[in-house]
Design a protein around this ligand. Structure first.
Ligand code: ATP
Ligand code: MG
Length: 396
């Protein structure tokens, strides 16, 4: 089948070295994402990614679906390449899009000519192809203002390409151009959405999950790994660092005033995440925090938990309403898994009256009996690094 995909690059008018970096990264990401679907040639010319199957074995439908979740792309289409002459272009349209035209009430042809050596102007080419199509499809009327169907003809450097309407791409920036971030991933609704949002801005994502066996179950851990797997649909394979957190939680319970439990626990999470992240080349932490959602998400509480780290903390959901977050969670397919009932370590030893307006001095005083450094060291020594790929079997 003589078919391939074109994807148009997104965002800003990129220049110079940035543009090269952007394109190299995107090409790398696309190649990797096409791997499970067969042999594809992937190249970028004139701000367009060309994805061409190299043999008949390629799974075009699978590859096409995967293309919709690659960041850095504004729009994409399946197309048929052909020689750069009017007869070949007409034949390609007829063979590739003839059935669509038969089903439409009206149509127009829109041509673009980036190869200025092509003898016809865009308008003349549209008229010529449109005229021939109108004769061949008498029930489909020409309507240049409000056509039910548009035939696109692009005369480019290597070939001409014909296609129907394009579809929207995943938007954002290619994963990897924004550096690497460590996302604190719980089993809730918010943190997978936060990971997706930052991946969409070009960040490569690594995750850390704090796991309090036996207070939280193996199922709770599988749920988190499954959420990570769902997010890799967008950001590519990732590492999830599973951190044993039981000892720290018990030490907090036994040595600290109850109203500070959650805050102290979150300070450990931040500090451990930063240390693992720094080791793995991360330049920022990412959380699903949302102002005012729970007691530990007041401005004062965030200041106290953020005080233990010096990496920037990205909280892409901080100003959103729950409804907006849920809409994104449904869109990316994590919602149904997030609402499965398995408990998170945050719900273990939850204080009845958590402190909502803590000061740093109060919290430091509340945790003074803990040997923070030794607890952190032991937790980091116990980290299990799990590699998660979208092609892995679902865990739940
Ligand atoms: P979420 O829906 O992401 O769980 P939440 O609204 O339940 O968020 P909290 O439980 O206060 O809020 O957690 C705030 C953030 O802290 C989470 O979004 C996540 O980034 C991080 N976090 C919470 N629990 C864990 C955990 N067990 N492991 C790793 N990160 C966690
Ligand atoms: Mg939570």
């Amino acid at each position: 089948m003589n078919e391939m995909f074109l994807m148009k690059l997104g965002e800003v008018v990129l220049k110079g070295a940035n543009k090269r970096q952007f394109e190299n990264r995107l090409r790398h990401n696309v190649r990797r994402r096409m791997e499970p679907f067969g042999n594809f040639d992937v190249y970028i010319l004139q701000s367009t990614v060309y994805i061409q199957p190299m043999d008949d074995q390629a799974d075009l439908d699978g590859a096409w679906e995967a293309c919709h979740s690659i960041f850095g792309v504004v729009s994409l289409c399946r197309c048929r390449p052909c020689e750069k002459n009017v007869d070949a272009i007409y034949d390609a349209v007829e063979a590739y899009l003839g059935d669509d035209l038969d089903m439409a009430e009206s149509f127009k042809v829109e041509s673009k000519r980036s190869d200025k050596a092509f003898p016809l102007t865009s308008i003349a080419l549209s008229q010529e192809i449109g005229g021939r199509l109108a004769e061949a499809h008498p029930d489909c009327l020409v309507d240049v203002h409000h056509p039910a169907y548009t035939v696109y003809v692009e005369v480019r450097d290597l070939a001409a390409y014909v296609h129907g309407p394009a579809e929207p791409g995943a938007g954002g920036l290619p994963t990897g151009v924004g550096g690497r971030g460590m996302c604190l991933l719980s089993g809730g609704i918010d943190s997978p959405v936060a990971a997706y949002m930052m991946a969409r801005r070009g960040m490569e994502i690594e995750c850390v999950h704090f796991f309090s066996y036996p207070y939280t179950s193996q199922l709770a851990k599988d749920k988190v790994l499954e959420l990570a797997r769902l997010v890799t649909k967008y950001c590519g394979r990732m590492t999830v660092n599973v951190v044993p957190f039981t000892e720290i939680q018990e030490a907090i319970r036994d040595n600290c005033p109850e109203e500070y439990f959650t805050l102290i626990m979150r300070r450990f999470m931040m500090e451990i995440s930063q240390r693992i992240g720094r080791n793995d080349g991360c330049g920022a932490l990412i959380t699903g925090e949302n102002l005012g959602q729970v007691a530990s998400q007041t401005m004062e509480a965030m200041a106290v938990t953020g005080a233990v780290v010096d990496m920037p903390i990205f909280m892409p959901l901080v100003g959103m309403d729950k409804e907006q977050i849920v809409t994104i969670a449904r869109h990316i397919g994590t919602m149904d898994t997030s609402i499965l009932p398995y408990e998170d370590c945050c719900t273990v030893f939850t204080p009845k009256h958590p402190k909502t307006k803590p000061t740093l001095g109060q919290v430091e005083h509340a945790e003074r009996k803990l040997d923070r450094e030794a607890l952190i060291q032991r937790a980091i020594e116990g980290v299990e690094k799990v590699t998660v790929r979208y092609a892995d079997a679902p865990l739940l």
